[in-house]
Design a protein around this ligand. Structure first.
Ligand code: ZN
Length: 155
C-alpha cells in the first residue's frame, strides 16, 4: 500500500516537472532546440530582421545544450540547405510548367527564372536557419530530462 502511494507521488511529480512535449515538426519550423524543444536557436526571433540573421546562441537558453557539437558542426547544414534549394527549384519548375500551359502551348523560361529567383531570395534567410535546425535535429534527440544535467553546481 505504501509503495503504491509512493509510486503515485512519483508519477505526479514527473507530470508536474516535465514540460509538455512539443510536436517535432512544429519545433523544427519554429527553430527550437532539438533536445528540449523550448529554447531558441537564434538570438533574433524574426528571421527577416536582417540585423542578427546569422547570430546563434552558443547554448540553449532553456536546457544549456551546447549547439556546436564539434568545431565546424554547422558546415553540414549546407547539405540540408542544398537539398531544400533543389526542391524549391523543382517546385518552381512545376509551377511554371502549369502556368505556361494555362496561357500558351510552350514553357516560358523567363517566367521560370523570375519565379525561381524570387522564391530562392525570399526563402533564403529562413532556409539558412531551417537547415541548421534540421542538422541539429539529426544529431541530438529529444531528451528534456537532461536539462541542466551537465551544469556544474556551485555550493
Ligand atoms: Zn534546449
Amino acid at each position: 500500500m505504501e509503495t503504491l502511494k509512493e509510486f503515485k507521488l512519483f508519477v505526479n511529480l514527473k507530470k508536474n516537472h516535465m514540460p509538455e512535449q512539443q510536436p517535432l515538426l512544429k519545433s523544427i519550423l519554429a527553430l527550437k532546440c532539438s533536445r528540449c524543444r523550448q529554447g531558441d536557436l537564434f538570438v533574433e526571433k524574426n528571421t527577416y530582421a536582417f540585423k542578427d540573421l546569422f547570430t546563434m546562441h552558443d547554448k540553449c537558453p532553456h536546457c544549456e545544450l551546447n549547439y556546436e557539437l564539434e568545431v565546424g558542426f554547422f558546415y553540414g547544414a549546407m547539405y540540408v540547405s542544398y537539398g531544400l534549394a533543389i526542391a524549391i527549384c523543382v517546385a518552381m519548375f512545376v509551377a511554371t510548367f502549369v502556368f505556361s500551359f494555362l496561357f500558351s502551348s510552350e514553357i516560358n523560361f523567363t517566367l521560370y527564372l523570375i519565379l525561381n529567383s524570387l522564391a530562392l531570395v525570399i526563402s533564403g534567410p529562413y532556409l539558412y536557419r531551417f537547415s541548421r535546425t534540421v542538422w541539429l535535429y539529426l544529431f541530438v534527440k529529444y531528451a528534456p530530462e537532461e536539462r541542466g544535467k551537465y551544469i556544474k553546481k556551485v555550493d
